[in-house]
Design a protein around this ligand. Structure first.
Ligand SMILES: N[C@@H](CCC(=O)N[C@@H](CS)C(=O)NCC(=O)O)C(=O)O
Length: 200
């Protein structure tokens, strides 16, 4: 297996966490995102949208972090990162979707509004930050009475881990329940192996 990624990009970290949790070894190819390497023809042949992560396995290339996570779960079911019951699996997948769409929209509105075509004003940035704080409250409501987002540690925790860890480091107020969950994540060897120095 070969993972195409860049050390300061958020989405590949979740794939690296899952690879480490499952004990899968892989080669790495660092794509120079700041230098525009993800939009060169050789990379576009792997992902026409020019984004990392891309995972190559068995002669095929897969893009989209959540699709890659589901792929890893299917080829290496143990340790399980999806619950058994269909309803709990749906809850995990719902959170995986929210960690992509709504989270990333608010994150960019807060920190890089122009990259999404929004005006770069203090009001727009404040809106992005408020949206993220509301989003974190959804996670906090789950973590008030449970150690992980849905049942046991799962792909839901793995999808949010890099996002909330980075938001916390950037100064978002996450509150005590989410703070304790972040400590639990930081203590996991797979998270340390995947995110290393950026964990702080
Ligand atoms: N929905 C995609 C998003 C991937 C993504 O946003 N990748 C960013 C880095 S975190 C990227 O490659 N950006 C380079 C670009 O868009 O030019 C996924 O979940 O894999």
């Amino acid at each position: 297996m070969k993972l195409y990624w860049h050390p300061v990009s958020l989405m590949p970290w979740r794939v690296r966490i899952a690879l480490a949790e499952k004990g899968l070894s892989y080669e790495e190819a660092i794509i120079d995102l700041p230098g525009g390497a993800s939009h060169r023809p050789e990379f576009l042949a792997l992902n026409p949208f020019g984004q990392v992560p891309v995972l190559e396995d068995d002669g095929r290339a897969f893009a989209e972090s959540t699709a890659i996570l589901e792929y890893l779960e299917e080829i290496r079911p143990e340790p399980a990162l999806l619950p058994k019951s269909p309803s709990a699996r749906a809850e995990v997948r719902q959170l995986m979707c929210w960690s992509n769409g709504p989270w990333m929209l608010s994150w960019k509105r807060w920190l890089a509004p122009a990259s999404m075509g929004f005006p770069d004003t203090p009001e727009v940035r404040a809106l992005g930050r408020d949206e993220l704080e509301q989003h974190v409250r959804l996670l906090a409501a789950r973590l008030e009475t449970a150690p992980w987002l849905v049942g046991d540690y799962s792909l839901a925790d793995i999808c949010y881990a890099p996002l909330v860890l980075m938001a916390d480091r950037t100064g978002l107020s996450v509150g005590p329940d989410v703070g304790t969950w972040l400590d639990r994540l930081r203590a996991r060897p797979a998270v340390q192996a995947a995110m290393g120095p950026v964990l702080g």
